[in-house]
Write a new protein. Structure first.
Length: 206
C-alpha cells in the first residue's frame, strides 16, 4: 500500500448576491438655519421612497453623520454630511439607484458587491475533488496500481474583493420628476472569480 498526494486548483465565477450602495447626503448654508434638519428630512424621504419599492428600513444604514458649524463676524455657516448605505438584491438595485437619482442632494459614491463565497466554495471544492480523483486514478493506473481510498484532504479558497468605485465627488444625478428604476439596458450585476486549492492524499494498492 502506498500514498499519492494530488493537488488541484479550480476556478469558478460566482455572481453577487447583493450590493451595498454607498451614498452621501450633503448640504450647507451661510446662515445656521436648520440645514441639518432639512437634510435629515431628505434622508427620511429617501427611506420612504425605498419602502414604496419594497426595500425595508432595515436595509438602510446611517453609517456616519458629520455636522460643522462656524461663526464669523458677519455670517454664520453650517454644513452637514450624512453617509448612507443601502443593501439591495440585484433585482432591487435599479430601484435603489433610481430613488437616489431622484434626489439632487444625493451622491452615489460606490457599489460594494456582496458574494456568498462560503457556499460557492463548497461546490468548488467538490468539483476540485472530482478532478483530483480523476488525476489520481490516471497516475495510479500508469503505475499499475489502484486508488482505494483517501487518508487526508485539505482545501483553501480565495476571492478578490470586487468593488465599483466612482471617481471625484461621486456619481451625482440631477433631480427628475419621478424615481423610475435606473435602466441601463443590461442587468446591474457583477461576477468575480473564486479560486479553490485542494490537496488530497490517496491510498494506493496493487
Amino acid at each position: 500500500m502506498g500514498l499519492l498526494r494530488v493537488s488541484v486548483d479550480h476556478v469558478v465565477r460566482i455572481s453577487a448576491t447583493s450590493a451595498r450602495v454607498h451614498a452621501r447626503v450633503r448640504g450647507s448654508s451661510l446662515v445656521a438655519s436648520g440645514v441639518a434638519g432639512r437634510k435629515a428630512a431628505e434622508v427620511r424621504d429617501v427611506v420612504a421612497a425605498l419602502a414604496v419599492r419594497g426595500i425595508s428600513e432595515d436595509a438602510v444604514e446611517v453609517a456616519g453623520v458629520r455636522l460643522t458649524t462656524s461663526e464669523g463676524r458677519i455670517l454664520h455657516s453650517q454644513s452637514v454630511d450624512i453617509q448612507l448605505v443601502v443593501t439591495a438584491t440585484p433585482d432591487q438595485l435599479p430601484d435603489v439607484l433610481g430613488v437616489l437619482a431622484d434626489r439632487p442632494g444625493v451622491a452615489v459614491e460606490n457599489l460594494e458587491r456582496v458574494y456568498d463565497e462560503f457556499e460557492a466554495s463548497i461546490t468548488a471544492a467538490a468539483e476540485a475533488m472530482k478532478k483530483a480523483r480523476r488525476k489520481a486514478e490516471a497516475i495510479a493506473a500508469a503505475a499499475g496500481l489502484e486508488v482505494t481510498g483517501i487518508t487526508t484532504a485539505s482545501d483553501s479558497w480565495s476571492m478578490p474583493q470586487a468593488q465599483v468605485q466612482f471617481a471625484g465627488e461621486g456619481m451625482m444625478y440631477a433631480a427628475r420628476a419621478s424615481a423610475a428604476p435606473l435602466d441601463l439596458g443590461v442587468e446591474i450585476n457583477a461576477t468575480t472569480e473564486l479560486s479553490t486549492h485542494l490537496s488530497v492524499d490517496f491510498e494506493l494498492s496493487p
